[in-house]
Write a protein that binds this ligand. Structure first.
Ligand SMILES: C[S@@+](CC[C@H](N)C(=O)[O-])C[C@H]1O[C@@H](n2cnc3c(N)ncnc32)[C@H](O)[C@@H]1O
Length: 317
């Protein structure tokens, strides 16, 4: 029986979702899109645990259909077996009152295995309804969010990016560990890790913000990664971060050169892969392969809430 899948995404990157789904799930045919929401027709019935068809999807699940008001939504969602209802705006930047929809059921973070009804609200037109099952490597929060309290003294949004990556991948980042970040200035991610008690070395010709540089567990290596010599790197690094504004293949080539020095102690890496154009989407499988060739056993991609034209890759040893 035909069915429909839905994907929510950052408004403006619908093309990336379409291209990604076309290559990963060719049986799904694009059906409909609005800014921040797409649907795809499936030749077969879909389950709530249908695996995400795109790394650019914030939420992915089985589409239930449109509902003009909360009463209609309650009837349509009556059959889906959800124990949790996630109400969120189709465009997170749009001013929209979600209150009328919140009475549809308990909100809050989903537990592993829970079936979640998604109610995607837009300022114009009906709400879109869907259902997904929460599992590791999905967000437990409405709309695929990973809420982060970014402190006022954070010098960049990379503070949120690294915290979102840690939450998404449940990375065991702990006090006393060590991290090396390539492309560290002005220091948002360095600050986040240092606040967690991690000793951080930041490689960048740019300056770290004074409040970050002043931290006792932060060291700035003022070099381009290509000029970094092995003996300048600290021994026993637990976490490697890469966030340079270079083409991903070029950036990963630089990382590969450092891997023999890092491999023995490394637990994992967080790579921010910059996306210059939509052709980047077709390159993703090759980039994942390139990361695996460096010795990482598990590589996952996700367009995190703070990502714009870039994708996060978490790689575990
Ligand atoms: C998006 S910013 C990094 C933000 C940073 N991760 C933070 O937490 O604030 C990109 C950085 O890459 C650096 N970069 C570009 N090419 C580089 C290279 N070859 N080696 C080291 N850093 C480089 C730039 O100087 C810039 O500071």
């Amino acid at each position: 029986m035909p069915d429909f899948a839905f994907a929510s995404c950052l408004p403006g990157i619908e093309s990336a979702v379409k291209l990604d789904v076309a290559s990963r799930r060719p049986e799904l045919k694009f059906a409909y899109s609005r800014p921040g929401l797409l649907t795809f027709k499936s030749p077969r019935a879909l389950l709530p645990e249908d695996p995400p068809g795109s790394v650019f999807a914030r939420v992915w699940g089985r589409s239930v259909g449109a509902a003009s008001d909360p009463a209609a939504a309650a009837i349509q969602l009556g059959h889906v077996g959800a124990t949790r209802v996630h109400v969120f705006a189709r465009d997170p930047d749009a001013a929209i009152d979600l209150t009328p929809w919140l009475s549809l059921g308990p909100g809050g973070p989903a537990l592993d295995g829970e079936v979640v009804a998604d109610v995607i609200v837009s300022p114009e037109g009906p709400a879109w309804l869907g259902v997904h099952r929460h599992e590791p490597w999905r967000s437990p929060h409405p709309g695929g969010g990973f809420p982060v309290d970014v402190p006022e003294d954070a010098p960049s949004r990379a503070y949120a990016k690294i915290e979102e990556a840690i939450a998404w991948a449940r990375l065991p980042v702990a006090e006393g560990q060590r991290a090396l970040e390539i492309g560290a200035a002005p220091g948002g991610a360095v600050l986040a890790l240092a606040r967690r008690g991690v000793a951080v070395w930041g490689v960048d010709t740019g300056e770290l913000a004074p409040n970050v540089l002043a931290l006792p567990n932060v060291t700035h290596i003022a070099k381009k990664v290509g000029a970094l010599r092995w003996e300048e790197m600290p021994g026993k690094i637990d976490w490697l971060l890469l966030d340079v504004n270079l083409a991903p293949q070029v950036a990963l080539h630089e990382v590969a050169r450092l891997m023999p020095r890092l491999r023995d102690s490394l637990r994992g890496a967080v790579f921010t892969l910059k996306m210059n154009d939509w052709a980047f989407v077709a390159e993703l499988p090759r980039l994942v392969e390139r990361i695996r060739e460096m010795g990482f056993r598990d590589v996952r991609l996700r367009h995190l809430p703070s990502n714009r034209r870039e994708v996060c890759a978490v790689a575990l040893m």
